[in-house]
Design a protein around this ligand. Structure first.
Ligand SMILES: [Zn+2]
Length: 390
């Protein structure tokens, strides 16, 4: 077993990364290590496993055996506690220049374990322009033992000056069967459930795992995909919009609550509140209040982002439904993402035209754009539901 085993359906990327890890090992041993690169860009569709691939590569760099998957180094990298791995992800909607500068300072340190210092930058596309400029400087002149791993959906999402300095690793959408096999072998999911989840998730691995293992996720999917047949009148459209927005909010609230709580407790501990009580001097208390305010602001913007992401995921699910309808209307022999809802798909395919289906898909895509542009979710989703009813 190696750290690359979990990268489903990414043989080509794995080959490149394994060779690079071997070259990196030569450098550590004092050799030339031809082929070693200090900046990498991992791209690929959502859910293909960009971060996972970057993390596996980080483990392969830290591990004396090139990523054996079971030593302390591998283990620490995979759970995110390795002292030489700096893993960052923007918590809000973007990554600021201040955060980036702090990161660059930390990146400049020598590796404590003698191999590499690795900075894993998730969602590098969310860096603001000035943050990206700061990042560019750091990548242009990397310290000899620092490796940057940037992740983004597509190369175009980063400034050309940054991506031209990175070696690119392109991940592809893994096939249904590869994902199903992974769910069956690693998570022990029964084959039928595994294929259902893999198909419904359309190559999105963590989504497939959630659908296979979490009954609540399956219920939410059913609720979303039940929307098209529920849109019988204007009132139904309005309440469907309300439900969809509320579900996304609940999902986001659950995801953020636990995170927020532990962060706040941690900060209170640092500033002594609750542990040393009145022994604090005034300056510290003031600093503590400021830091707490800053943390709350960050948490708020992270909650906004998670809310937006989960609503967007629901909209993409609706798109997959209408894409299936369109495939049936054209009699295309493609795999249906929502094969379990064949009856609903068939009904809609028969009583509407392909033009109508395309118009509906358009309405959903337009809604996504409006949400990205900060339109009030209830208003944007309501307009979409009315267009879906047609
Ligand atoms: Zn190892």
């Amino acid at each position: 077993m190696t750290v690359f085993d979990d990268l489903v359906g990414q043989d080509q990327a794995v080959a490149v990364l394994s060779r690079a890890a071997a070259a990196a090992g030569e450098v550590v041993a004092g050799g030339r290590g031809a082929g070693m690169t200090h900046a990498w860009l991992f791209t690929g569709p959502p859910g293909a496993g960009r971060e996972q691939a970057a993390r596996a590569f980080a483990a392969a760099l830290m591990c004396p055996d090139g990523g054996c998957g079971h030593c302390d180094h591998c283990h620490q990298v995979l759970i995110g506690s390795h002292p030489d791995l700096e893993s960052v992800r923007p918590e809000g909607l973007s990554y600021s220049v201040k955060q980036t500068r702090e990161l660059i300072l930390r990146a400049a340190g020598a590796p404590t374990q003698g191999r590499w210092r690795v900075i894993l930058f998730e969602d590098a596309d969310r860096a603001t322009e000035s943050a990206a400029n700061a990042l560019l400087k750091a990548i242009e002149e990397p310290p000899p033992r620092t490796v940057w791993l940037l992740c983004a959906p597509a190369p175009d999402d980063l400034m050309i000056t940054i991506r031209s300095r990175c070696r690119q690793v392109t991940l592809t959408t893994p096939g249904t069967e590869a994902v199903a096999r992974m769910l069956a072998s690693r998570d022990g999911v029964p084959w039928e459930t595994a294929t259902f989840a893999a198909r419904a998730a359309q190559g999105h691995i963590s989504r497939a795992r959630a659908l296979a293992l979490d009954a609540a996720a399956r219920q939410r999917r059913e609720a979303v995909l039940g929307i098209p047949r529920s849109l019988t009148g204007v009132g139904e459209c309005v309440s469907a919009a309300e439900r969809l927005v509320k579900t996304a909010e609940e999902e986001a609230a659950a995801a953020t609550a636990a995170l927020n709580e532990s962060e706040t407790a941690e900060l209170r501990k640092i500033y002594g509140e609750g542990s040393t009580g009145k022994g604090l001097n005034r300056g510290l208390v003031r600093g503590g209040a400021g830091a707490l305010k800053e943390l709350e602001d960050r948490q708020k913007s992270r909650a906004t982002r998670i809310k937006r992401d989960s609503l967007d995921a629901a909209l993409l699910e609706l798109v997959s439904f209408y894409r299936d309808v369109l495939a049936m209307q054209f009699g295309a022999s493609v795999e249906l993402a929502n094969d379990d809802l064949r009856f609903d798909l068939d009904q809609l395919a028969k009583k509407s035209s392909p033009e109508e289906t395309l118009r509906r898909i358009d309405a959903i895509m337009q809604c996504r754009e409006r949400l990205a542009a900060n339109v009030n979710p209830q208003i944007a989703v309501e307009a979409m539901m009315l267009a879906l009813r047609g």
